[in-house]
Write a protein that binds this ligand. Structure first.
Ligand SMILES: Nc1ncnc2c1ncn2[C@@H]1O[C@H](COP(=O)(O)OP(=O)(O)OP(=O)(O)O)[C@@H](O)[C@H]1O
Length: 198
């Protein structure tokens, strides 16, 4: 009898411009019907044409906060004042169809996932052949202005350092970061400092 397939999610991370999107597209193109993407939750307003449950699950800040405190999200982050997160349910929806979920997650999200002992995934960090190659790829994409490119390159140094840390140290740092995240989300949503000093 054949072994059952390993359906643990594959979590891809790496500095901006390294080629994560390109790689994921290639995975889907070369192995149709094998991989799946998840629909994220967000507190941002839907844009015209965006369909609930297709582009995102659109929720209020307090709904997002309760998802968080119920442990329903495996990771979340705030960009431009809006929260975005990946739910366990979204992953399970794809896994129940026999698909391997592929997630493209930035460093803060990786820290949260690694701090969660109930989230079992395979982590892949994509490194460029050199820092110069990363800069060439970022510039070659022609989607960013100079300020943006510099920001992304300095963030890349932080991500390389993180990726090179031993796994045990990453786990303990991640737990601390996760607790801090939950506290700041609570005070952002409810407008008062948290009394949780865990
Ligand atoms: N293996 C590769 N060798 C050289 N160039 C590559 C490689 N993979 C991707 N590229 C090019 O690098 C640029 C960045 O790729 P891509 O947009 O996939 O990066 P990304 O990691 O998804 O970035 P972001 O996190 O900012 O979305 C693109 O122009 C792409 O064509």
């Amino acid at each position: 009898m054949a072994d059952s397939p390993d359906l643990r999610p594959i979590v891809i991370s790496g500095p901006s411009g390294v080629g994560k999107g390109t790689l994921i597209q290639k995975l889907f193109d070369t192995h149709p019907g094998t991989f799946g993407l998840t629909v994220s939750h967000t507190t941002r307003e839907p844009r015209p044409g965006e369909v609930e449950g297709v582009a995102y699950f659109f929720v209020s800040r307090s709904e997002f906060s309760s998802l968080c405190s119920q442990g329903a999200l495996v990771e979340y982050a705030c960009f431009s004042g809006n929260y975005y997160g990946t739910s366990k349910q979204a992953i399970e929806n794809q896994a129940s169809k026999g698909l391997i979920v592929v997630l493209d997650i930035e460093m803060q999200g990786i820290k949260q996932m690694k701090a969660n002992p109930n989230f079992n995934a395979r982590y892949v960090f994509i490194k460029p052949p050199s820092f110069e190659a990363l800069e060439t790829r970022l510039r070659g994409r022609r989607t960013e202005n100079e300020e943006n490119i510099q920001e992304r390159l300095s963030q890349a140094h932080i991500e390389f350092d993180y990726a090179d840390l031993p796994a045990t140290l990453i786990r303990s740092l991640s737990t601390m970061v996760l607790k801090r995240h939950i506290r700041s989300l609570r005070s952002f949503v409810f407008g008062s400092p948290s009394r949780d000093h865990t």
